[in-house]
Design a protein around this ligand. Structure first.
Ligand code: SF4
Length: 499
């Protein structure tokens, strides 16, 4: 999960870009980058850290231009290394700069084709290079003296046919304009907005609509599955029709990743989370549970917890207080980092929970260790019973579309029954959302237009992914072996992984 933005308008765009990237900081905290084009040259600044750490006034001054793209990075594949920070650029044809959010799953085939057919060798392990060079290779066979929008969309279409996986991309084509396109299933989000100014319109693409609220942009549309949108240098927008294949938008964006104030595919994320919470009421009643209060694991459990409390008629309380400066544990890339964040970031309010039966709602249970720590915290604070409630169904398969969840061997629900999980996390009861309920809530009839549920069902919408699953299993095993080798002087066994 990364965050991307792109702006194209009559004035310098860097100020908007920095505000836009800050609004997407929850999507990635490892690195940030911006590329602008001033009519003759690219200006590029990228590095590791948060947006406010990377872009200092001296950088902002240099990032001139009325077109720009930006990225906040969350490490999935590859090391957390500043060489892998986006945007990436290539000088031919025209000069392209590209950012993406997602993951390429047939990277070997794409890399082999690029090498054999075009003698291109990507410089890094970032799969953005595969998308960028495939697009560049398809573009350069067009009539570059008279490049048309049809040529650009044609190059996009071939890229979409060749590159499999999940990706939302924004490309700055020097001297021509700004292009955005997604994979044919539209797995990762991308939206288009516009702000009118006395000098003409400013167009913007962003991973989430919340950027537009901060910047006074009007939401125009979601970039549909496989759709391409090109904003030319006269600031006119051109649209390539979306694919007619069913959309497979990531269900986990609504459950956890996206900001609560974003509207994705016409649905306010906060409202969807309330609906998920309300839907859990029946399962709580069927289990015969009568909690005294519902609390949330801040902050992504809040809306589901409030929905559940409302539906079962018991008070909602914020009884776990979070230190907001500790970051999101899910997107901290290392095990040790995640553990450290969880340990320091939650503090229970003893007066609220002492002597009470507490239903605690979290967005999901991944490895179970964080859930167990929360149950222990609540018991130490005096809760008499703790029911752990997940607004997501059991996660049984790894995400291969850009979310570094864990491998199947690490996913607690892939290996244990609900009763075993309950014992493992030391709760009095564990309740999960039913997958059927989630599918029904997010079904096309309810206006969602189709979602990916692969991490809950193991059914990957891009077809047979056995090879890719084996590859990431091996890659992570080798990553761990390397880490173990480095740590061998301490003669300690590696700590179990956890979320
Ligand atoms: S596998 Fe899960 S996290 Fe990954 S795209 Fe599908 S729903 Fe989202």
């Amino acid at each position: 999960m990364c965050g991307i933005v792109g702006f194209h308008g009559p004035d310098n765009v860097v100020a908007d870009m920095i505000i836009g990237l800050t609004a997407l900081q929850h999507r990635g905290q490892d690195a940030a980058g911006i590329a602008t084009f001033d009519g003759t040259a690219f200006h590029l600044c990228k590095g590791q850290g948060l947006v406010n750490d990377v872009f200092k006034p001296k950088h902002v001054k240099k990032l001139k231009g009325h077109t720009g793209i930006g990225h906040v990075r969350y490490t999935t594949q590859g090391a957390n290394d500043s060489d892998l920070a986006q945007p990436f650029t290539t000088s031919y044809p025209f000069g392209l700069a590209m950012v993406h959010n997602g993951n390429v799953i047939n990277f070997r085939d794409v890399a082999k084709r690029l090498h054999e057919k075009y003698h291109v060798l990507p410089k890094t392990t970032n799969d953005l290079e595969l998308i960028m060079y495939t697009f560049a290779s398809e573009l350069r066979v067009k009539n570059l003296d008279n490049l048309s929008v049809v040529d650009i969309f044609d190059a996009v279409e071939t890229t979409q046919e060749l590159v499999k996986g999940a990706y939302s991309t924004i490309t700055l084509i020097a001297g021509h304009g700004l292009l955005a396109f997604t994979d044919p299933l539209g797995i990762r989000p991308l939206v288009l907005g516009r702000r009118d100014t006395p000098n003409g319109p400013v167009w913007a693409f962003a991973s989430e609509s919340t950027c537009f609220d901060f910047l006074g942009f009007e939401f125009v549309k979601n970039v549909g599955p496989g759709q391409a949108i090109f904003i030319d240098n006269k600031f006119e927008a051109h649209f390539k029709n979306p694919y007619s294949t069913p959309k497979k938008f990531c269900a986990f964006e609504q459950i956890y990743f996206a900001r609560e104030d974003s509207v994705i595919h016409g649905r306010l994320v906060a409202r969807e989370r309330v609906r998920l919470g309300k839907r859990l009421a029946r399962k709580v009643a069927d289990a015969g549970l009568k909690p005294d209060m519902v609390i949330d694991v801040p902050s992504s459990g809040y809306f589901a917890a409030s929905g559940l409390a409302e539906a079962i008629g018991v008070p909602y309380r914020r009884a776990l207080v979070k230190n907001n400066h500790m970051g999101r544990s899910f997107i901290v890339p290392t095990q040790a980092g995640r553990e450290d964040v969880v340990k320091k970031k939650l503090n229970p309010i003893r007066e609220f929970v002492a002597g009470k039966k507490v239903a605690v709602v979290d967005d999901s249970i991944v490895r179970g260790t964080t859930s167990r720590r929360i149950v222990r915290l609540l018991r130490e604070a005096g809760a008499t019973e703790v029911y752990f409630i997940s607004s997501a169904p059991p996660i049984v398969s790894p995400c291969i579309y850009g979310i570094d969840m864990a491998m199947s061997t690490e996913l607690i629900a892939a290996n244990y029954t609900e009763d075993e999980i309950c014992r493992h996390i030391e709760a009095d009861r564990v309740i999960y959302q039913d997958l059927e309920d989630l599918e029904e809530l997010f079904s096309e009839e309810k206006g969602h237009g189709g979602s990916c549920f692969a991490c809950f069902s193991g059914k990957y919408p891009t077809g047979d992914v056995t090879h890719y699953l084996r590859h990431i299993q091996e890659e992570r095993a080798s990553h761990r072996t390397n880490k173990k080798d480095k740590k061998s002087v301490s003669a300690k066994a590696p700590a179990p992984t956890e979320h």
